[in-house]
Design a protein around this ligand. Structure first.
Ligand code: HMG
Ligand code: MG
Length: 284
């Protein structure tokens, strides 16, 4: 078994964690959560999405959240599904964007109302413009293992989106088990193959924990060579367009697991406990 000295955890709770909550979380409380998360030592936090408020009402306060993230000097990521979103991000002074495309056709249609081909075309212009503005580009590939609408997703479907992202100069690619159905075997095999095919690309593992396999999947991804992981405070999360999926892997449990194996994250467990409690209360 391989155990690296250090991995990076990217906190996605304020975005992926909250986006699925039916009750609107007041902006002031979101800011408090972001502040508590930033005090843990986590390096990057995904805090908002420039999406249509009809599609994801919880992210309607993205502008105000972005202003706050700048005020506190946070290294933060914002979701931008299309050119309109990218322009909003540029105008707001965002430095790290995340584009997202599904590996399965039906999910991509339901999520962003476009075919995969249309989304990939939009990415060409978005990446070019983002680069003109020196933005860091995270590319998400969703439903990389299976899809709630189509069932099994092949490696070729994942590779198609990854290759396109790489060709257009993505800075990192987050591979999503959006509906939380992956197992360590397929996780190990897919990450191993991705790293063989794209040795110069930075990959991140993004696990949802629907079946309770996310921690086992993390260990499998580490064995394949992955050193970056998305996680969400208090295990909150889910995608409104991924029926049946539950929260992301929990930051607190993931950090505990890694630290117990002497893998450093730079995150302070006591501060994380405070953020975790606060996040749980938000949802209660
Ligand atoms: P659309 O209806 O196809 O957009 O939505 P359109 O281009 O046809 O425009 C229609 C209207 O929307 C126009 O307004 C546009 O201005 C407006 P009108 O003229 O009617 O007044 N519009 C926008 N408004 C706000 N923000 C925008 C925007 N773009 C156009 N960016 C759209 C397309 C992508 C906007 C919509 O489908 C949408 O907002 N989807 C949200 C998808 C989403 O946020 N999903 C959850 C995140 S993905 C996820 O969770 C997976 C992930 O965690 C990884 C994993 O787990 O695998 C990342
Ligand atoms: Mg997700």
């Amino acid at each position: 078994m391989y155990f690296p000295k250090e991995v990076e955890i990217i906190e996605v709770g304020p975005r992926d964690g909250l986006q699925n909550e039916s009750q609107f979380v007041p902006t002031a409380l979101k800011k408090e959560l972001i502040k508590k998360l930033s005090a843990t030592g986590v390096r990057r936090i995904e805090t908002a999405s420039f999406v249509h408020p009809r599609a994801v009402p919880q992210m309607a306060d993205a502008q105000e959240i972005v202003e706050f993230c700048k005020e506190i000097n946070l290294d933060f990521i914002v979701l931008t599904p299309n050119m309109k979103a990218l322009q909003l991000a540029i105008d707001a002074g965002v430095k790290q964007i995340a584009v997202f495309v599904g590996a399965s056709e039906t999910f991509n249609q339901k999520n962003i109302n476009r075919s995969i081909e249309e989304s990939l075309q939009e990415c060409v212009n978005m990446f070019a413009k983002a680069k003109e503005h020196n933005l860091f580009i995270r590319g998400y590939v969703s439903m990389c293992f299976s899809c709630p609408y189509e069932g099994a997703v092949s490696f070729d479907q994942v590779e198609r989106v990854v290759r396109h992202f790489v060709q257009h100069g993505v800075d990192e690619i987050s591979i999503g088990d959006t509906n939380g159905q992956a197992t360590p075997k397929i996780v190990y095999e897919r990450f191993k193959r991705l790293l063989e095919l794209f040795p110069n690309t930075v990959f991140v593992a993004h696990f949802h924990d629907t079946n309770g396999f996310a921690y086992a999947n993390t260990i499998a991804a580490i064995q394949a060579g992955i050193k970056k992981f998305d996680s969400s405070i208090a295990g909150l999360g889910g995608c409104p367009f991924s029926p049946g999926a539950t929260g992301n892997i929990s930051t607190k449990k993931l950090v505990e697991l890694l630290h117990k194996m002497d893998i450093e994250t730079g995150i302070d467990e006591q501060s994380l406990q405070l953020a975790n409690q606060f996040a749980k209360q938000l949802i209660d």
